[in-house]
Design a protein around this ligand. Structure first.
Ligand code: ZN
Length: 67
């Protein structure tokens, strides 16, 4: 099981999820700078970002590695 102090200090899974969230945000920002996004594209990008955020949040709760 997880939850040991050593895991809390450096959690690779959380780092991966944070990176995923950062990438989702960056991608959406870059795309919208390049051209006008359609409503569908905007919604898909938002959903992607929210899903990444939700995965990170639930991991922190389950694993107890919140900063
Ligand atoms: Zn963790």
């Amino acid at each position: 099981m997880h939850g040991f102090a050593s895991n809390v200090l450096s959690c690779e899974e959380r780092e991966r999820l944070e990176e995923e969230l950062f990438e989702a945000r960056t991608r959406g920002r870059n795309l919208s700078r390049l051209r006008h996004l359609t409503y569908r594209e905007r919604v898909a990008l938002d959903a992607r970002e929210q899903a990444a955020q939700a995965r990170l949040a639930s991991h922190e709760v389950e694993h107890g590695c919140r900063r």
